[in-house]
Design a protein around this ligand. Structure first.
Ligand code: GLU
Length: 378
């Protein structure tokens, strides 16, 4: 796995591994996963953990025998179970763990998305393990992603992970359900997710978690379309993790699609509205265009129009040629005050410094050369 040059991975661990009996948390499978996470971190690989299990872990505290569970009971169980699940991870890992609870609404809203992105990035840069789950206690059906496989794919997109590893209780994808069909063939590699692949997935087969193979394929489709390799592995087998660390093929690999814009950049380029402009001095224009750099306040020579923090803006050179589109970390009035100054002085001038950069390179999409030359003619 390390041999594949993955620098940042998202690992999704399902309820069946966290609470195998469906009653409370158990370290039975989590020990090997925690060791794997520690080993990745040792190797300077950023890890984000998406952990299910809040409802399953809280079940024993709120006895309730009727199925399906009413929403209020589920939410109460999640409130109890979330802290229990976090406690288990904190015990097993020697790095600090941070709890991030999200709903679909948080990811749809660009400003909240940006805040999540910033928080995750800050945590990773400090060696903290973000542990993400859906905010089951407050989210109702309409606000939810609904399953942690898809949530993990979204998180992988947010942090621009190189790989998404979905830990399941089966070895990977089979042509049919191996539990019910003895002719089911294992599929080690899926170059492209087609309707035929979806058809192999069937429905959920587990009573503890929410997802089944179908939500895993949906997640793989989301992630691979954003250029993220996705693996479904058997998280109940310690050998899976040993294999990954020894660069052996493990589970089913859904290959990342080449030539994709990240969802964020796709959103930025195609869905965001931008009218205002940030004017870059020559040095900043060169750094942004040729070196993949973020835009620093120091490289800003002017601002045209008004915008708020989190808004999309055009990045133009001093001739007014549009070079890129990006999300500003500062409002126009703030940027007006800090333009041309060093990042360390931002706090002195503004009294606060929410970001070291004006536009982060991960929130910036360069315009293609054709687009550039068209714009140049205008
Ligand atoms: N968020 C749910 C929980 O923690 C699980 C969702 C899932 O299993 O996909 O209990």
């Amino acid at each position: 796995m390390v041999g594949q040059d993955w620098k940042r991975i998202v690992i999704k661990v399902g309820s069946a591994l966290i609470a195998p009996e469906g009653k409370g948390t158990s370290t039975r499978y989590l020990l090997a996963i925690a060791q794997f996470i520690s080993e990745c971190k040792q190797q300077q690989i950023d890890v984000v953990l998406v952990s299910s299990g809040s409802v399953a872990a809280g079940r024993s505290a709120i006895p309730f025998s009727h199925q399906p569970l009413p929403i209020n009971v589920k939410q109460a169980m999640a409130a109890v179970g979330q802290t229990r699940m976090m406690a288990v991870w904190s015990q097993l890992l020697d790095c600090p763990c941070a709890q991030i609870l999200l709903t679909h609404d948080d990811l749809r809203d660009r400003k909240r998305y940006l805040n999540i992105d910033n928080t995750l990035r800050t945590l990773l840069s400090h060696g903290v393990l973000p542990v993400v789950n859906e905010n089951d206690t407050v989210a109702t059906k309409e606000l939810k992603v609904g399953d942690n496989d898809n949530l993990a794919a979204m998180v992988a997109t947010v942090v621009e992970a190189d790989a998404l590893i979905i830990c399941s209780d089966v070895d990977g994808l089979y042509t049919a359900n191996p539990r019910t069909d003895s002719n089911a063939q294992f599929i080690p590699v899926v170059p492209l997710i087609t309707a035929e692949i979806f058809a192999m997935a069937g429905g959920s087969h587990h009573h503890i978690g929410t997802g089944g193979m179908l939500t895993k394929i949906q997640a793989a489709a989301k992630a691979t379309a954003q250029g993220i390799d996705t693996l479904i592995i058997n998280g109940q087998k310690a050998e899976s993790f040993v294999g990954l660390l020894h660069r052996q093929p493990v589970g089913t690999l859904f290959k990342a699609q080449a030539e994709t814009l990240s969802a964020k950049k796709h959103w930025l380029l195609h869905s965001s509205k931008a009218s205002a402009e940030i004017v870059l001095d020559a040095g900043a224009a060169k750094a942004v265009l040729n070196q993949g750099a973020s835009l620093l306040a120091k490289g800003v020579s002017g601002i045209q129009g008004d915008f708020d923090k989190g808004d999309a803006v055009w990045l133009v050179n001093t001739d007014g040629v549009r070079l890129a589109k990006g999300v500003s970390q500062y409002s126009a009035p703030e940027l007006e005050k800090i333009k041309g100054i060093h990042s360390q002085e931002i706090a002195v001038v503004l009294g606060y410094c929410p970001s070291e950069v004006a536009v982060h390179r991960d929130d910036l999409v360069l315009l293609s050369p054709e687009k550039l030359s068209t714009d140049q003619q205008r």
